[in-house]
Unconditional design. Structure first.
Length: 322
């Protein structure tokens, strides 16, 4: 039975993403029952043991240490953008590989202690990333409540259960688990907010391309003028569609950054392979994986170059008129 670590405790959106991976049959695991499905995703046919972790980095470290076979962590919010702890943990330590992704529509549940109302609550526990997604609602609806930082969305509910806070910005799942009353549901400042989660394993053979894939790398260009534009040009000249770019400090000295880049396409696509090879010649590069996208919004697939390869082959063989 594979052990899958996730950002917990039980009741977080990350656990919901893990459940979705299980439901879709895309849990990647090392075991005799794992196989590549028709869509290129790694499938698991058996049961899964869920292992809670205190943070996204802790979940990924469980994979590195062998305490878990894979991990599910949040990587991008449609409101807040990148999830820095996840990016930093993927860029440091032994290389890990993203093998699948899924998206969850995010809306929060306000939980309270028995007898507490929205008007009477004086303290609200909230995970900082969640707080930024409901801040306007809190200011309009609970202006007198003091916000306290929680370790996670489920951790906020546990603060209420422990009497540390009157109310929590949490999830319906956490409220059901702890039998806490719901004060409000479906709370979000921006309708349709979504969070993307990834399934991460130790390095493994990349699943075959599906034609609707995403490839991710971490670049660490030298701190020289023009280096970043030159690097991005490797994608531009090949018409590769970038779907995500985020900078994070290397934490070694001022002015040095790593760049996390997602692009449409697969490492088996000739143009993507060319770009990655060009990067590897010029700067440190960490390959984070190629995997099927969760929705149809993964960008434009790189154009095929079969015609151009055939032209080159013809020229080498003395054929062709042009």
């Amino acid at each position: 039975m594979p052990r899958i670590a996730y950002f917990g405790p039980s009741g977080t959106f990350t656990e919901m993403a893990l459940a979705q991976f299980e439901k879709l049959g895309t849990i990647a695991a090392v075991g005799p029952d794992s196989a590549v499905g028709p869509d290129g995703a790694v499938e698991w046919g058996g049961a899964v043991e869920r292992v809670t972790a205190a943070s996204p980095p802790a979940a990924l470290e469980a994979v590195r240490s062998g305490a878990a076979d894979a991990a599910v962590v949040p990587i991008e919010s449609s409101i807040e953008g990148a999830v820095p702890p996840t990016l930093d943990a993927l860029s440091e330590g032994r290389r890990l590989q993203i093998v699948a992704e899924t998206e969850i529509e995010v809306a929060f549940t306000i939980l309270g202690r028995p007898g507490v109302t929205l008007d009477s609550a004086r303290t609200v526990s909230a995970y900082p990333i969640a707080l930024n997604q409901v801040r306007q609602w809190l200011q309009a609806t609970m202006p007198n409540a003091q916000v306290q930082s929680a370790s996670s969305n489920a951790g906020a509910a546990e603060d209420v259960a422990a009497g540390i806070a009157d109310a929590a910005v949490s999830t319906r799942l956490a409220g059901e688990r702890l039998a806490l009353p719901t004060l409000a549901d479906g709370i979000i400042d921006v309708e349709g907010a979504r969070t993307r989660f990834v399934l991460v394993t130790p390095p493994r053979p990349v699943a075959p391309r599906t034609g609707a894939d995403r490839t991710a790398v971490v670049l660490e260009p030298p701190n020289d003028p023009g280096t970043l534009p030159a690097a991005l040009a490797e994608f531009g000249i090949r018409n590769i569609d970038l779907t995500f770019i985020e900078s994070r400090p290397t934490r070694s000295q001022f002015g040095t950054y790593r760049f996390f880049i997602d692009c449409a396409g697969h490492i088996e696509d000739s143009l993507v392979a060319e770009a990655l090879t060009a990067f590897h010649r010029k700067m440190p590069l960490r390959f984070l994986g190629s995997w099927p996208i969760a929705t149809g919004t993964g960008g434009s697939v790189p154009p095929p170059i079969d015609e151009h390869v055939q032209w080159l082959s013809d020229i080498r063989a003395g054929r062709g008129d042009l």
